[in-house]
Design a protein around this ligand. Structure first.
Ligand SMILES: O=C1O[C@H](COP(=O)(O)O)[C@@H](O)[C@H](O)[C@H]1O
Length: 252
């Protein structure tokens, strides 16, 4: 069951997201002494960080941070998802985030090699020498493009059929830049918790389609963690065309 939470402003959305992340982080740290999170780029880092970066109750020293997808550009390029997350969140937490716990791509590699290298980084944190089929993130934060894409998984693209790899290269992204890497659907669907975060009137048609017409098979609709939860954090502008009966109150 997917919970859809709508907030009357992006400030309120950010506050609720902060409470949600704080709770999941505390639960994960109590359970296995770390919190593994994968963060998307685009508009999400700003919505995520607004309140979170000021939250003194979160033990960021326990965080292992990955990127849901990344554009194959230098890490200081304006298109870099890493750069956006760094500017919005990591810089403010520089004294708490531990060295080696932010896992960026190697931008000097081809998309194929960068995907393989990123898989190695994931193996190092999640597999620790054991054979694990897929990494199980405590939380994956996803965006939603106006075409229904999430991560770098685009409508009708062959990557939607991936069943084995953890990380895939993409060299023909319909949204620039063309060369990227992305976590695959099986990884998204093995997470303990997945949350979509999106805001603004420009997203309302697609939010309605995704929530009300699951049969369309758009990338966001293919994310349903097999033994985890899926939630949406949206503002009332993005929820503008949604049947109100689809909304549920946010409680912690
Ligand atoms: O290209 C990307 O787009 C999606 C959606 O971005 P948004 O700006 O519409 O929120 C994003 O989630 C993804 O990480 C990014 O690479």
């Amino acid at each position: 069951m997917t919970a859809v939470h709508a907030f009357s402003s992006t400030d309120q959305l950010s506050q609720a997201l902060d409470q949600y992340v704080e709770k999941l982080s505390a639960e994960a740290v109590a359970k296995h002494d770390r919190f593994t999170i994968a963060i998307s780029g685009g508009s999400l880092p700003k919505l995520l960080s607004a309140t979170l970066k000021h939250n003194p109750r979160i033990d960021f020293t326990k965080w292992q941070i990955f990127f849901v997808d990344e554009r194959c550009v230098p890490l200081d390029h304006e298109d870099s998802n890493y750069l956006e997350v760094k500017k919005q969140l990591l810089d403010a937490l520089a004294e708490q985030i531990q060295p080696g716990s932010v896992h960026a791509i190697n931008p000097s590699l081809s998309p194929e090699d960068a995907a393989e290298d990123y898989m190695d980084q994931l193996m190092h944190v999640f597999a620790a020498g054991d054979a694990v089929k897929f990494p199980v993130f405590d939380l994956i934060l996803l965006g939603m493009g106006p075409d229904g894409h999430t991560a770098s998984l685009f409508p009708g693209h062959e990557l939607l059929g991936e069943t084995i790899e953890w990380v895939s290269p993409i060299v023909d992204s319909p949204k620039p830049p063309k060369e990227r890497i992305t976590l695959t659907l099986p990884v998204l669907n093995h997470a303990h918790h997945v949350a979509f975060v999106t805001a603004g009137e420009g997203k309302q048609d697609m939010v309605k389609k995704i929530i009300e017409q699951p049969e369309l098979g758009l990338p966001c609709q293919l994310v349903h963690p097999s033994s985890g939860t899926a939630s949406w954090f949206i503002d009332t502008a993005a929820a503008g065309k949604l049947d109100p009966s689809r909304l549920s109150e946010f409680t912690q």
